[in-house]
Write a protein that binds this ligand. Structure first.
Ligand SMILES: Cc1ncc(COP(=O)(O)O)c(C=O)c1O
Length: 297
């Protein structure tokens, strides 16, 4: 049996983690598969006491299992699941305060751009949209009040690549947090935390869902203080997934790993990207040098 301790301490391949990480036998029955706890609330043994769960917006055992699993896929200590990728984006952005400045790639997903430019701009946040393949342009965009750098790499739609390690180093020198939207690479091809990013975000609607039948989002990270803020916001704002969000990802686990590979047999820009990335990163993170080489092609 792959115990939790075992999974955390040993290096397992993503195919194994996708199936086993965070999936403890159910404590109430021993069920090997984490049940879908389709309940909104929980009976408390006594007022002021609970068995770890009180109300499913705050926590739900099925979501706990999903979050632990998603964290393992990114080699992260913590994972949080949300109702959609944009819900995850919204929660991360609530770490910001009026007057804060955010540097964003100039080719991010249209919905991310819309949220930043049409919604959050009206709450006192300032955004600069920059070509993040150009390190000089990035450095020029940084300001004293820059608090966050939003990288999407590869981007949707144009598959532009950014050098996560180089950008993280420059951002951290200015005390700015680095968020990487890793939706398009998937956790299989790229692990941004290992390259210096602070937070990884996914639209799990895409590769991590695998079946095109669930809308979801996730954030994975290592910093406990930021995790606690995001966990507070997850409950305070309430954009959580329904407990059955776990089903698709779990049942099609191998597809998480294999879909970028299988696109090698397809056509179009995804095939081109996948074949270039696979040639430099067959089993894991892409080195900054490799990204730079691909980006400058
Ligand atoms: C790169 C990227 N990030 C975020 C999102 C938003 O995710 P969702 O549709 O799950 O809200 C998408 C959706 O297409 C995306 O492609």
């Amino acid at each position: 049996m792959l115990s939790k301790e075992n999974l955390m301490s040993e290096q397992y391949r993503i195919e194994t983690l996708a199936i086993h990480a965070g999936q403890e036998p159910d404590p109430s029955t021993g069920a090997i598969m984490t049940p879908i706890y389709q309940t909104s609330t929980y009976v408390l043994p006594e007022v002021g006491q609970n068995r770890g769960y009180e109300y499913s917006r705050s926590d739900n055992p099925t979501r706990t299992a999903l979050q632990a699993n998603l964290a393992a896929l990114e080699g992260a200590k913590y994972g949080l699941a949300f109702a959609s990728g944009l819900a995850a984006t919204d929660i991360v952005m609530r770490l910001m305060r009026p007057g804060d400045h955010i540097v964003v790639g100039d080719d991010v997903y249209g919905g991310t751009y819309r949220m930043f430019d049409k919604v959050l701009k009206h709450y006192g946040l300032n955004f600069s949209f920059v070509d993040l393949t150009d390190l000089d342009a990035f450095q020029q965009a940084l300001r004293a009040e820059t608090k966050l750098v939003w990288l999407e790499t590869p981007t949707n739609p144009n598959l532009k690549l950014a050098d996560i390690a180089a950008l993280s180093e420059l951002a951290h020198a200015r005390q700015a947090l680095v968020v990487v939207d890793n939706t398009f690479a998937s956790s299989y091809l790229q692990n941004p935390l290992a390259l210096g990013a602070d937070l990884v975000l996914h639209s799990t609607t895409k590769y991590l869902g695998g079946h095109s039948d669930v809308v979801g989002g996730a954030v994975m990270l290592n910093d406990q203080a930021i995790y606690e803020q995001l966990k507070f916001l997850q409950n305070a704002i309430g954009s959580v997934p329904a407990p059955n969000a776990r089903r698709a990802r779990r049942s099609k686990a191998i597809d998480i790993a294999s879909s970028p590979r299988s696109s090698l047999s397809g056509t179009g820009p995804e095939r081109a990207f996948a074949s270039r990335l696979m040639s430099v990163a067959p089993f894991g993170s892409v080195s900054p040098a490799a990204v730079a080489a691909i980006a400058s092609d």
